[in-house]
Design a protein around this ligand. Structure first.
Ligand code: GDP
Length: 440
């Protein structure tokens, strides 16, 4: 069976933990979109010692021996970031070799001038900045769509690489001079390019054939989403979105596999909501409660350290994510973060310019104007940390979980009650219906 994992809010839902938990049950783990702006934090206890891995580009499956990790064609790859992450993992005792890490030859490259362009473009937007991570991801996707990008496959052809890099750098430098950005040193770029060619070529191949042939030969695929539905370039709160399709369609185009090969799609969703950077966020709490949730949930960006904005669970967003992705189930994370609250609110609809709606408006301006319509539930005020059985949850916590599922329109396959793998309630029955047997 092949499973896709998607973020159902604005990212940072804890996809890393869920993917890490599932990875041992799959043969191949694939990233299909985004770049090293994603940040999965995975905490693993190995031989009694807690180890923390922060993964930006490499699928979280890499921490498990015997798995193949694939960076699919829909990902944009910064060779410097990839090499750095490979080195870090090796330094933590993880094997990273051409036998367990493959990079699609169709994946577009993020080159140093993309980073310079990202900075220059964000600076020129002033107060309307998108709040990008300044890692060149948007400009690299722009080049891809403008059909002038360089791809990982170009790194496997050293005889033509220098010429391609020179042309691209010249074009980018012309644009940078108009925008007032820092120009790129062509010579240095070519030297770097040749080094990346040596180090990365053994990992680069046609992963589209690899994934399709593997799936047809009965190997199981886990598709690991980065970012989330509300950050999708088409379906998110445009323009405060990422530059790729982070909803289910992106899993197919970004891995090169057909929808018919995906047996199940699970959306990861927090028991409350967070968002990084600018853009509408109807249930945001700009008060001491929001601060408390941020502190308790450790809501600081894994990639950037930026404090995340926090707010109540938004069932309008959840229902939208269920619809757009056809979620068969969801994974609810960070329930334990709400343990101390007296009252918990759930947004069931929006009031926009006096009209009530249960839909996500297409326009970010309207979404910003949305006042949440709340229903309230009593807090459980008991520790849920580490609970592994739904029956062991306090009754009020269980009511909350049931209500979220009812309002969202999908059942929970997982309820996460802590950062560690085993701090999870798993609905083995539900997963079994889609052919996924977890021997827990
Ligand atoms: P991702 O990008 O969606 O993987 O999310 P992040 O990794 O940025 O954020 C998730 C953070 O929450 C990580 O530090 C996880 O270890 C932690 N985490 C995941 N699930 C839970 C949970 O159920 N409870 C608590 N307290 N922490 C969790």
């Amino acid at each position: 069976m092949n499973l896709a994992i998607i973020g159902a809010q604005w990212g940072d839902e804890g996809k890393g933990k869920i993917v890490d938990l599932l990875a041992p049950h799959f043969d191949i783990v694939t990233r299909y979109q985004g770049g090293h702006n994603a940040g999965h934090t995975v905490i693993i206890r190995r031989e009694g010692v807690e180890q923390k891995f922060v993964l930006h580009l490499i699928p979280s499956g890499i921490t498990h021996a015997g798995k193949t990790c694939v960076i699919g064609n829909g990902v944009v790859v910064d060779p410097r970031a990839l090499l750095h992450e490979m080195d870090e993992l090796r330094g933590q005792g993880i094997e990273v070799s051409p036998s367990n890490l493959l990079v699609s030859n169709r994946a577009h490259l993020i080159l140093p001038y993309h980073v310079a362009l990202d900075r220059a473009i964000e600076a020129s937007r002033g107060g309307n900045a998108v709040g990008t991570t300044m890692r060149g991801i948007g400009p690299a996707y722009e080049d891809k769509m403008a059909r002038r990008g360089l791809r990982a496959g170009d790194l496997t052809e050293p005889s033509t690489l220098a010429e391609k890099l020179t042309q691209s750098a010249r074009q980018a430098n012309r644009l940078l001079s108009v925008l007032g950005g820092e120009p790129i040193d062509e010579k240095m770029l070519i030297e770097d390019g040749m080094r990346w060619c040596d180090l990365l070529s053994p990992h680069i191949c046609d992963t589209t054939y690899y994934l399709n042939r593997s799936a047809r030969a009965g190997r199981s695929l886990l598709l690991e989403g980065a970012q989330a539905t509300m950050l999708d370039i088409d379906h998110g709160t445009y323009p405060f979105v990422t530059s790729s399709n982070s909803s289910i369609g992106g899993a197919c185009t970004g891995a090169g596999i057909p929808p018919s090969l995906i047996s199940m799609t699970i959306g990861v969703i927090k028991a409350y909501t967070t968002r990084v950077g600018g853009g509408p966020f109807p249930t945001e709490l700009n008060d001491s409660l929001g601060e408390e949730i941020r502190a308790r949930g450790g809501e600081y960006g894994a990639s950037t350290g930026r404090p995340r904005r926090t707010g109540w669970f938004d069932a309008v967003v959840a229902r939208y994510a269920v619809m757009v992705n056809g979620l068969n189930a969801m994974a609810l994370t960070k329930l334990d973060v709400l343990d101390d609250l007296d009252e918990i609110r759930i947004c069931t609809g929006y009031r926009i310019n006096g009209h009530e709606t249960d839909q996500v408006p297409y326009d970010a301006g309207q979404m910003s104007a949305a006042e949440p319509v709340y229903e309230s539930m009593p807090g459980w005020r008991e520790k849920t940390v580490g609970i592994q059985k739904i029956a062991d949850l306090p009754a009020k916590a269980r009511d909350y979980v049931d209500r979220l599922s009812e309002l969202s329109g999908a059942p929970f396959a997982f309820v996460s009650t802590g950062a560690e793998r085993n701090e999870t309630i798993i609905s083995a029955d539900l997963l079994g219906r889609y052919g996924l047997q977890l021997d827990i």
